[in-house]
Design a protein around this ligand. Structure first.
Ligand code: PLP
Length: 391
């Protein structure tokens, strides 16, 4: 008797696998959980302390503006100014309960039933389900031949000009990062075709090697534009549990978001808002330290996985903290696996490894792991992959 929309969407496969893995761990099983994109680091103490101080001084006892504290909006604007030398006004910012809610609210603001939304595969699992919840229809563009980035040629060939294009740079799960020229071409194309461009930059601080991250903010003035940026503190500041994210957009879009958010959350949790002010205004050395650790882990996993038979990595990730890898179809056939969902289940049962399958990200035949995990877990993961895929 539940509403149709419940049946029309899939549960988050990464959360589902993460939950099963956590239950197995709690039952004493030696599970290596590489499913969820969650840094294994604790939130830096200066950030937690800011929340504790706000609680002790009763600054957290009352509702704030729906779009967040002015002080937090100032901190977001200052960070944007420092990072990209771009000015963002307070009325161009909506702070939400995690970036996930900013994305959900934007889909509600932008999409009418039947509207077309385009995103390149690989894409983060929640985009497609949030688009469905808003009644939109998702066109997924395959990008295996262009390093997992959508090209202007592909946009030109779409059957239908979409209302909205969603990009994620650095990408979850491929780790691809758009160059400034690629971004510029996409900004120009969306402008020319009157398409909203939503860029999810939540992994923007996590790029490796020679790769440079560029924000679309460097290329587009938000005023009167159709460009929207999503960001948050979950990934770069090890704050997944605090649930703070935000959208940056033209004030009209932000006002529309606030209208909806006013009926959803009233405001993001105030202690978490104070913690985020400290995260953004305070010392940034913990971000640099975590990033360096992620980069070492990426290099370790990438090199070790190259030597494991029956799997291959199509592209060395440049950012975020995932490796998306292919399982050899002959290996699957020999072992009677119909798809990578079954491989993923077998890894969990036989090797106690939680590694979600590629289906939810728009590409069956692949598995995704997060290397934002302890070195001990990653070493175990390599041993277990070796024994699973060598047979
Ligand atoms: N966008 C992408 C690409 C993500 O991978 C995630 C989390 O996994 C989010 C958004 C949501 O982040 P938050 O924890 O701020 O809701």
């Amino acid at each position: 008797m539940l509403a149709n929309r419940v049946n029309e969407i899939a549960a988050s496969p990464t959360l589902a696998m993460g939950k099963t893995a956590k239950e197995m761990l709690a039952a004493g099983e030696d599970v290596v959980n590489l499913s969820q994109g969650e840094p294994d680091f604790q939130t830096p103490d200066n950030i937690s302390e800011a929340a504790i101080q706000a609680i002790n001084s009763h600054q957290t006892d009352f509702y704030t503006a729906t779009s967040g504290l002015n002080e937090l909006k100032k901190a977001i604007a200052n960070r944007v100014k420092e990072d990209y030398d771009v000015t963002v006004a307070a009325d161009q910012i909506a702070v939400t309960t995690g970036a996930k809610l900013a994305l959900f609210t934007l889909m509600q603001v932008l999409i009418n039933p039947g509207d077309s939304v385009v995103t390149p595969a690989l894409f983060w699992v929640s985009y497609s389900e949030q688009v469905k919840l808003a009644g939109g229809s998702m066109q997924v563009v395959q990008t295996e031949d262009s390093d997992f980035k959508i090209t202007i040629e592909q946009l030109e060939q779409l059957d239908q000009t979409p209302k909205l294009l969603i990009l994620n740079t650095p990408n979850n799960p491929s780790g691809a990062v758009y160059t400034i020229d690629e971004l510029q071409a996409i900004v120009d194309w969306t402008k020319e075709h009157d398409v909203y461009l939503l860029v999810d930059e939540i992994y923007g601080k996590l790029v490796y090697g020679q790769t440079q991250f560029h924000s679309v903010l460097e290329l587009a003035d938000l005023k009167n534009s159709q460009v929207i940026v999503i960001n948050g503190v979950s990934k770069a500041y090890a704050m997944t549990g605090w649930r703070i994210g935000w959208a940056l957009a033209d004030s009209e879009i932000i006002q529309a978001m606030n209208k909806i958010l006013g009926h959803l959350t009233s405001n993001p949790t105030v202690a978490a808002q104070y913690a985020t002010i400290e995260a953004l205004n305070g010392p940034q050395d913990s971000v640099a330290k975590m990033k360096a650790t992620f980069e070492n882990r990426l290099n370790y996993m990438y090199m070790a996985m190259l030597n494991i038979p029956n799997i291959s990595i199509p592209f060395k990730p440049e950012g975020s903290f995932y490796i998306f890898f292919k399982v050899d179809p002959d290996f699957m056939k020999e072992h009677g696996y119909q798809n990578t969902n079954e491989v993923s289940m077998a890894l969990l049962k036989e090797q106690l490894m939680a590694v979600p399958s590629g289906e939810g990200f728009g590409m069956p035949g692949y598995l995704r792991l997060s290397y934002a995990k302890s070195e001990q877990d990653l070493t175990k993961a390599i041993q277990r992959f070796k024994s699973f895929f060598t047979n």
